[in-house]
Design a protein around this ligand. Structure first.
Ligand SMILES: [Zn+2]
Ligand SMILES: [Zn+2]
Length: 145
């Protein structure tokens, strides 16, 4: 890839497409991400563009059930000439995937989560904790509504 960058800078090449599998350090990523992209000359600069999707398997943030989700990253970055020598596609791809990973992962948008009192999965077993343990502060609030 560095050789290609050099050729692009010298104007011997205008465009280069690539397709690579890149291992990413995203929590729950089970496979390398399949990245499709290009390097192209834009004036005196080199533009890197790529897109890729990643399947991640992690526990649901609310009920801890194993959940998988797919997310896609599309990126564009102008490469500075001084970056050519240490150009590392894997590092750049990793950066984008780490930053753009969704911060909350739910098995379902309406996941009820675990009961904070008895730990029951409220999607499966409704428990009576909510009624049994009414917080006096909440009663006060309710009376104000
Ligand atoms: Zn859940
Ligand atoms: Zn409960």
């Amino acid at each position: 890839m560095r050789q290609i960058l050099r050729q692009l800078r010298r104007g011997e090449l205008r465009y280069h497409n690539f397709y690579e599998d890149i291992p990413v350090e995203v929590e729950g990523a089970e496979e390398p991400v399949h990245v499709k992209g290009s390097l192209s000359r834009e004036g005196s600069q080199i533009m890197l563009r790529f897109q890729g999707r990643l399947l991640v398997r992690v526990p649901c943030d609310r009920c801890l059930k194993e959940t998988s989700f797919l997310y896609e990253v599309e990126a564009e970055e102008l490469l500075e000439p001084e970056e050519d020598e240490q150009f590392d596609l894997a590092e750049i791809v990793n950066e984008f995937f780490v930053v753009q990973r969704p911060s909350q992962v739910l098995c379902d948008a309406v996941c009820k989560g675990l009961c904070p009192h008895c730990g029951a999965d409220r999607n499966v077993t409704p428990c009576d904790c909510e009624q049994a343990m009414t917080d006096p502060r909440l009663d006060k609030l309710k009376s104000l509504l």
